[in-house]
Design a protein around this ligand. Structure first.
Ligand SMILES: [Zn+2]
Length: 402
């Protein structure tokens, strides 16, 4: 099958017809449909598909050998996300297998197509949850108890989707069998377009994390409560938002409040509580710490003034990731031999590859995103660039697994 044929099949799954964005939250019917689609496609190609104890999918091509070559990405999305984030890496992997099978490539080492679960952390708050469980970076009990906005735990969600959450945890045996991981991903930024390159290679990932801030005040009547008597948590939250923007601008970092829940969320009531999530990223860890500290202290100052309490919980943290230079150089050589110029780029976006890089030689390929927009229905990659991605990935797999 061509890339375009595969893409057309996956495209409608989990898409909101109103916004055009994707709501493929892990373990929901949309996610289950995506998983089933992937499983069918992999089995059609003669791959042996299994779900590991953490809910990640592994489709094995060829007998299980040591130093397997793993490629793939994720199929879950952020709220109203674009169609390419994650899905592009999965669909190009399937299309690359087709290219290699057409030319009757014999795998010397197993090639494994992987789909990692809850990469975005959009439902349970911890990004790259599937790969973090796999590497042991997340405690299984803590993971089982994670809740979504409706109060459903991960354990309950997995059970409802027909999976046993009782066996979550690190899989050294699986990781020990992997020789290299190559994740292809849509570019989430706009570096390749000005360079005139369809594909790029990742240098590393900025350190980044997610913090949950809970401002607690007192609900009151918007028409009768005197200003002096209010304990309005919205004020401290608003100051935290402004502080995040300032701290980021002053330090060359990024700090974003993109998710907020106000309680009781009435238009004529002072809030009793505001829960908000700070996403912060920076070129180095000291700058990241400084950025978060500035936001926190601005919020604390405002809380003291306004009679509001603040609790801050770090939900996730990923240190600076440097991808394997030897693997990257080898891939650059393969691509150059195929006439492909692939610039090397840093990125502020987290990926399962970034988590796996702590355990196995890992690299990433990016496919040009003409506007750079991501985590939005406007995210895009041209068909010709996606096809260039398929050829690049096939060439790399052929080299690594041949
Ligand atoms: Zn992604």
């Amino acid at each position: 099958m061509t890339f375009a044929e595969l893409w057309r099949e996956l495209e409608p799954l989990g898409r909101d017809t109103g916004t055009g964005g994707y709501r493929r939250y892990s373990w929901t019917p949309a996610d289950v449909a995506c998983r089933a689609w992937f499983t069918r496609q992999a089995e059609k190609r003669g791959l042996d598909v299994e779900t590991d104890n953490n809910g990640n999918l592994w489709a094995w091509w060829g007998p299980k050998t040591a130093r397997a070559v793993v490629t793939g990405s994720h199929l879950d999305s952020v709220p109203d996300g674009g169609g390419f984030d994650g899905a592009l890496g999965v669909v190009t992997a399937l299309a690359a297998v087709d290219l290699l099978q057409e030319k009757t490539f014999d795998t010397e080492r197993s090639v494994v197509l992987a789909v990692f679960t809850e990469e975005e952390g959009a439902r349970f708050g911890v990004p790259c949850l599937g790969s973090r469980l796999l590497t042991g970076a997340v405690d299984p009990d803590a993971a089982r108890a994670l809740t979504d906005d409706a109060g459903t735990t991960l354990a309950e969600a997995m059970t409802a989707a027909g999976h046993n959450p009782g066996r979550l945890g690190a899989r050294d045996d699986l990781l020990d069998g992997i020789g290299a991981v190559v994740e292809l991903h849509v570019e989430q930024g706009r570096a390749l377009a000005p360079m005139g390159a369809a594909v790029g290679l990742a240098e590393g990932i900025w350190p980044h994390g997610r913090w949950r801030l809970e401002f607690r005040g007192r609900a009151d009547h918007a028409g009768t409560a005197r200003l002096a008597d209010r304990q309005d948590p919205m004020l401290a939250y608003a100051r935290a938002v402004l502080a995040a923007r300032e701290a980021a601008a002053d330090h060359g970092s990024l700090a974003t409040f993109g998710k907020v829940i106000a309680e009781p969320n009435g238009s004529n009531a002072v809030c009793s509580a505001v829960r908000a999530w700070l996403d912060a990223r920076a070129p180095d860890e000291a700058t990241l710490r400084r950025t978060v500290t500035l936001v926190r202290s601005a919020a604390e100052r405002s809380c003291t003034r306004d009679g509001v309490t603040l609790s801050v919980r770090q939900e996730s943290y990923t240190p600076l990731v440097r991808f394997d230079q030897g693997l990257r150089d080898r891939m650059a050589g393969v691509l150059a031999a195929a006439g492909v110029r692939a610039p090397v780029l840093p990125t502020g976006a987290g990926h399962d590859a970034g988590v796996l890089a702590a355990r196995v030689p890992t690299a990433m390929l990016f496919v040009r995103n003409p506007t750079g927009i991501s985590h939005s229905p406007a995210e895009h990659a041209e068909l010709a660039d996606c096809e260039a991605g398929v050829r690049a990935l096939a060439a790399v797999i052929e080299d690594l697994a041949g």
